[in-house]
Design a protein around this ligand. Structure first.
Ligand SMILES: [Zn+2]
Ligand SMILES: [Zn+2]
Length: 237
């Protein structure tokens, strides 16, 4: 209970009081979570990149590594790279409870979507879920917070708690491609398939490396007779 109260009060404090910049550490007055200079250093990714895993910037559509893998989504959209300032921001957002970063990071996605994604093709947003104990420990799912910004801005509903993570997975960063796929295999489930049936879904995650998590989520969504699945990641790396 005490832990929960601490999480809630941290969440509120971070929302209403200015903090240091998550990029350079300087005091912030009017900016939220990140200073203007640091924000200016975060660049959008330029195409071409592999439409399935987001890597190999020199190729478009499919890279060599993805040719023999079955993908359940149409394509992935990558907003930026998981490096420098953005990496620091995502880390602070996830692990240091700097939930105020929901604002600038969510805005990055909103601007990116306005330029790159035809939302006429999308019915709803689905954030990649955390396992319940993970969410409880953190106090929030950072991807939900990002998707909430998109939901508000574009008036596209996000559907949460229908795609769920049913078992704990280890962090993907130390694993190779094959291990990543195995790590997330059968880790997701849909509670009510009817809710997704016939829908065109934008599946959202914060960081994507090989696309294994997104593809496993998409595989489960595909079993609900969805019409189309697109993926969006804030950062690739
Ligand atoms: Zn800064
Ligand atoms: Zn690829």
């Amino acid at each position: 209970m005490r832990e929960k109260l601490k999480k809630i009060s941290n969440y509120c404090l971070n929302l209403f009081f200015p903090l240091n910049c998550a990029g350079c550490g300087k005091d912030l007055i009017n900016e939220k979570g990140i200073c203007r200079e640091c924000l200016g250093k975060i660049k959008y990714v330029k195409e071409p990149y592999c439409y399935k895993c987001g890597s190999n910037k020199e190729v478009g559509f499919l890279c060599n590594k993805c040719r023999n893998i079955k993908y359940y989504f149409q394509r992935i959209y990558i907003c930026s790279l998981y490096e420098g300032i953005l990496r620091k921001c995502i880390h602070s957002f996830k692990y240091k409870e700097k939930t105020i970063l929901q604002q600038p990071l969510g805005n990055l996605l909103v601007t990116y979507i306005s330029k790159k994604i035809d939302l006429e093709e999308i019915d709803c947003l689905v954030p990649v879920p955390l396992f319940k104990s993970q969410k409880k420990r953190r106090g929030f799912n950072q991807v939900n917070l990002l998707t909430k910004k998109i939901e508000k801005h574009f008036a596209k509903p996000q559907i949460i708690n229908n795609l769920i993570r049913i078992r704990k997975t280890v962090p993907q960063f130390d694993l190779n491609r094959k291990q990543r796929r195995e790590n997330v295999k059968d880790a997701f489930e849909v509670k009510n398939p009817q809710l997704f049936k016939g829908r065109r879904i934008l599946l959202v995650d914060d960081v994507c490396t090989t696309g294994a998590t997104l593809n496993e989520c998409a595989r489960v969504l595909d079993q609900c007779q969805v019409e189309k699945i697109f993926c969006l990641a804030l950062a690739h790396g």
